[in-house]
Design a protein around this ligand. Structure first.
Ligand code: 13P
Ligand code: SF4
Length: 304
């Protein structure tokens, strides 16, 4: 922390000069999460917050699709992305052509795209979803068949929660959550009697089946606060446990540390550079933004 303190101080000073706010995802490193964020949350909370920002500048501490979503929802603001290379294996797995292929294969079926997609893919979809509202959104769709893109595991997990729908999916996965195996969870339970396990729904269904509960990153934080387990394993990106451990000193956090290489591209140094030089502004073609906004806004309206 001593090494990072000057960066934190400089960024917080610059935020005032530029009239900027920092929106940070729960997977950011603790220096960002605790040191410079004005708002932290899961993907849905960040999207909703972006619609409410009054400051001139949003610094998105997260990955590129999150910055695009903020720009789409609040186009008058300058949205800074401290590292344009901070992508996402899910967002990179599908293009608008992929959505067209799925529509051709399942004519008339609504397309529900995860927010972990580019603005172009959102624009080609009927509605978006996040891990906190996916089952609710899918259940609200008309017709028997629903196309879910691009996360096959989220789709398979939702299929169990919404058995009345036939869900078909794109073959994408999150490189962080697909690495966990059911055996990892069984091993940690055996080594730590009384361990409570919570998994993110981007994990394969056989992993979710071994957990006590599944939820979005905000759902995971709520669950820990509610259940106050003596020992817990968060089957998700590694920084989550570090970020929330101070708030729950009575809880012991255990488990393997799987990091998202994209999220970890965002550093204090890059945030400082971006705010200082006002570089890394995200732009979305206004025609695409208009259509993408419809899909995201529909999701927000249905989630309220
Ligand atoms: P949530 O924070 O919405 O659960 O999303 C997790 C994730 O992997 C974001 O990239
Ligand atoms: Fe994408 Fe997975 Fe990283 Fe989230 S954790 S940004 S879903 S690769």
């Amino acid at each position: 922390w001593a090494m990072q303190a000057p960066y934190v101080a400089a960024i917080n000073r610059l935020k005032q000069e530029r009239n900027a706010v920092v929106l940070a995802h729960n997977y950011m490193t603790p220096d960002i999460y605790h040191g410079i964020a004005d708002f932290v949350g899961d993907s849905l909370q960040l999207a909703i917050k972006a619609t409410e920002v009054e400051a001139d500048v949003i610094v998105q501490c997260g990955v590129h699709f999150m910055a695009e979503t903020s720009k789409v929802l609040n186009p008058a603001k300058t949205v800074l992305m401290p590292d344009m290379e901070a992508g996402c294996s899910l967002a990179e797995s599908i293009t608008a052509e992929g959505i067209a292929e799925m529509r051709a294969q399942y004519p008339g079926a609504p397309v529900v795209s995860y927010v972990n997609t580019t603005a172009e893919v959102k624009a080609a979809s009927d509605i978006c979803c996040t891990s906190s509202n996916a089952a609710q959104i899918v259940a609200a769709m008309e017709g028997d068949t629903v196309i879910m893109t691009p996360d096959k595991y989220l789709a398979q997990n939702v299929a169990k929660q919404v058995p009345q729908k036939r869900i078909v999916w794109w073959d994408g996965a999150c490189i962080v959550h697909e690495r966990f195996t059911p055996q990892d969870l069984r091993d940690f339970r055996e080594w730590n009697p009384g361990l409570r396990i919570i998994a993110h729904p981007e994990c394969p269904p056989d992993v979710v089946a071994e957990a006590d509960f599944a939820g979005s990153t905000a759902g995971i934080i709520d669950w820990v606060g509610r259940e106050k387990p003596e020992k817990t394993m968060l089957v998700t990106e590694c920084s989550m446990a570090t970020n929330i451990s101070d708030a729950f000193p009575e809880v012991e956090f255990l488990g393997p540390c799987n990091m998202c290489p994209y999220m970890k591209k965002i550093t204090l140094e890059k945030v400082l550079y971006s705010l200082h030089s006002m570089s890394g502004a995200v732009e979305v073609d206004p025609k695409i933004a208009d259509r993408a906004r419809l899909a995201v806004q529909r999701m927000i309206d249905l989630s309220r």
